[in-house]
Design a protein around this ligand. Structure first.
Ligand SMILES: Nc1ncnc2c1ncn2[C@@H]1O[C@H](COP(=O)(O)OP(=O)(O)O[C@H]2O[C@H](CO)[C@@H](O)[C@H](O)[C@H]2O)[C@@H](O)[C@H]1O
Length: 481
C-alpha cells in the first residue's frame, strides 16, 4: 500500500516540535507493516541545500500562488520525499512559520494553501508512475490538501486528518477565499468557512474520510467545549470517524545505550553511569553538585505547557530541596521569568533558552525527572523519552500524559508497576505536592531504582501504534471510502 504523508515539518530535516518527531518516525514504523510512505514537505532552505544530483523534478507549475514552482522527488537519509519547491513562498531566512523574531509570516495562508494544492495534485496522480492509496495530512498546514481533494473533479483517494494540537487551527480572513481558487460552494459551513473566515484545520476535518488524534484521552477531551476550541461540535458530529492513536517514539534515535549526545551511555542495569551525564548538566546549567533531585524541563515555554504555573512555584520547589534545569523557548515573558528565577536561586535553578536537540537528549540521560505541567497535552513525547531514559516523568493528568504514565501512588509502588507521577492540571499546589512525593521516593535508593527500571520497561516504540495506523489505512482502502 502507498501512502502520501503531508506535513510542514519532519525530523531530521525541519523541526519546531513534536509534529516533526512523529512524521519523521512513522514512515519507517509503517514500512514493517507493508506500507510505503512518501512524505511531502515544503522545500525550505535547509532541505534545498541537501538536494543531490539524484533528485528530479516530478511536476512543474508556471504560477502557484504568485510564482513558478515545482515538485521535486528526492531520497534523503532513507526517506522518500516530495518537496514543494516554491522559492517565492519557502526560500527565506527564518523559521518554518515566521521570522527569527517569532512573528508569523503574513502570507502563511498562501504558503500552506500552495503546499496543499500541490499535495492534492500528487494525490490525483500528477506525478508519473506513482499515486497514493491513502493521503495522510497532519495539522492545519497540511489540512487544505483534503479540501482541494474534495472539490477536485479527479477521483480522490481516502484520507486521514491527524490533529497533533487542536489549538493551532490556521484561521484566516474571508478575503483570502477567492485566491484559494476553490469553487464558490466551498465557502460554506460544511466546507472551509469557519466563524465568518476560512479555517484550514476545520476544512480538513470536514473533508477527511477519518480523523485521528494522538491519544485516546485527548480524543475524548476535544469533544467537550472546554478542550474543543470551537471544533467540538464538528468532532462530535463525526464521532464514528474519530480515532485516538497514541504516538510512539523513534527508539533508535532515542536509545540511552547508543545515544551519541550523552557523555555516558547506559542501560537499566547500569543506571549509575547516568552520573556522568548529570555532571555535564550541572556544569552547563551552573548548578550545585550536592546530590539533590535534579528536575528538568524540555519544552516550548507557553501557556499550553503550564509554564506560567511552574514559574510561579519555583521558590517552593527549590525550598523542598530540588534543583531545576530548564531548556526551552517561547513566550518572552516566560523566558524572562525563568531567567530571573535562575539568578534568584543561584546553584538551584539553571536555564538555557533556545532550541538544542543535543541538550534535550543529555537532560533525559542525566536528570532525575522531567516535569510536564501542561494544561492540555494531545499526546506529549518528552514523557515517552523520559520513560525510555529512566528520567522519571512528572506529568499533569491530561490527554496523552494521562494515558502513558502510571502514577507512583502507594498501591502502584508496592505492586511495582509505577512509572512516574501524575497531578491535577492547572494547579501550582498540585505540582509542589508531586515534587514532595517524588523527593520521598528519591530518598529511598532501591525504591527509586525500581521506579526507573519499571519506567524503562514501558513499550514506547511505534510497534502497536503503527499497526493501528496500518489497520486504519487498510480499512479505508477496502471500504472504498
Ligand atoms: N528547547 C528545546 N530544545 C530541544 N528540543 C525541544 C525543545 N523544546 C521542545 N523540544 C522537543 O520538541 C518535541 C516536543 O514534543 P511535544 O510532544 O511536547 O510536542 P508539541 O507540543 O510540540 O506538539 C504537539 O504534537 C505532538 C506530536 O503529536 C504531541 O505529542 C503534543 O502533545 C502536541 O502538543 C520533543 O521532541 C522535545 O524534546
Amino acid at each position: 500500500m502507498q501512502v502520501l504523508s503531508v506535513a510542514s515539518e519532519m525530523f531530521p530535516f525541519i523541526k519546531t516540535g513534536g509534529l516533526a518527531d512523529v512524521t519523521g518516525a512513522l514512515p519507517h514504523a509503517l514500512a514493517s507493516h507493508g506500507i510505503f510512505v512518501r512524505s511531502m514537505l515544503p522545500c525550505y532552505p535547509a532541505l534545498k541545500s541537501r538536494l543531490s544530483a539524484k533528485s528530479s523534478i516530478a511536476h512543474r507549475y508556471n504560477d502557484l500562488f504568485g510564482g513558478p514552482a515545482s515538485i521535486i522527488e528526492a531520497q534523503i537519509e532513507g526517506h522518500h520525499l516530495l518537496l514543494l519547491d516554491a522559492p517565492h513562498l519557502f526560500e527565506r531566512a527564518g523559521g518554518a512559520y515566521g521570522d527569527d523574531g517569532g512573528g508569523d509570516w503574513a502570507d502563511n495562508w498562501a504558503r500552506f494553501a500552495a503546499f496543499a494544492r500541490a499535495a492534492a495534485d500528487v494525490a490525483a496522480g500528477e506525478i508519473k508512475g506513482w499515486k497514493p492509496d491513502v493521503v495522510h495530512a497532519h495539522d492545519w498546514q497540511a489540512a487544505m490538501t483534503l479540501a482541494y481533494m474534495r472539490y477536485d473533479e479527479r477521483p480522490a483517494a481516502p484520507s486521514v486528518m491527524t490533529v497533533h494540537n487542536l489549538a493551532f487551527q490556521g484561521r484566516f480572513p474571508a478575503g483570502i477565499f477567492p485566491q484559494l481558487k476553490l469553487p464558490p460552494e466551498a465557502m460554506a459551513i460544511d466546507g472551509v468557512e469557519y466563524f465568518g473566515g476560512v479555517g484550514y484545520l476545520k476544512a480538513g476535518l470536514q473533508a477527511a474520510s477519518v480523523i485521528t488524534s494522538v491519544s485516546p484521552t485527548y480524543v475524548q477531551e476535544i469533544r467537550t467545549p472546554e478542550f474543543g476550541m470551537g471544533l467540538d461540535g464538528l468532532l462530535n458530529g463525526r464521532e464514528n470517524d474519530l480515532f485516538g492513536i497514541l504516538n510512539g517514539i523513534d527508539t533508535s534515535d532515542w536509545d540511552p545505550e547508543t545515544d551519541r549526545h550523552l557523555a555516558a551511555t547506559y542501560s537499566a542495569r547500569t543506571l549509575q553511569r547516568r552520573a556522568a551525564n548529570r555532571r555535564v548538566l550541572l556544569d552547563r546549567f551552573q548548578l550545585d553538585d550536592d546530590g539533590s533531585p535534579l528536575l528538568c524541563v524540555i519544552s516550548r515555554l507557553t501557556w499550553q505547557k503550564g509554564m506560567d504555573i511552574l514559574a510561579a512555584e519555583i521558590a517552593r520547589i527549590v525550598g523542598l530541596g530540588a534543583q531545576l534545569a530548564v531548556l526551552g523557548s517561547g513566550d518572552s515573558a516566560l523566558e524572562g521569568a525563568f531567567i530571573a528565577a535562575a539568578s534568584r536561586h543561584h546553584g538551584r535553578v539553571g536555564v538555557v533558552t533556545g532550541y538544542d536537540e543535543a541538550l534535550a537528549h543529555l537532560l533525559q540521560g542525566g536528570a532525575d525527572a522531567i516535569l510536564i505541567p501542561s494544561r492540555f497535552e494531545p499526546c506529549g513525547l518528552t514523557q515517552l523519552y523520559g520513560l525510555r531514559y529512566g528520567c522519571i516523568p512528572m506529568v499533569s493528568r491530561t490527554g496523552g500524559l494521562a494515558d502513558t504514565i502510571i502514577d507512583a501512588n502507594h498501591a502502584a509502588l508496592s505492586a511495582g508497576v509505577a512509572t512516574g507521577f501524575q497531578f491535577n492540571p492547572g494547579s501550582g499546589d498540585a505540582i509542589v505536592e508531586a515534587v514532595h512525593r517524588l523527593i520521598a521516593v528519591h530518598r529511598n535508593r532501591s525504591a527509586w531504582t525500581s521506579l526507573q527500571r519499571q519506567a524503562m520497561k514501558t513499550d514506547v516504540s511505534w510497534n502497536a501504534s503503527a499497526s493501528e495506523y496500518a489497520q486504519l489505512f487498510r480499512s479505508l482502502v477496502s471500504s472504498g471510502e
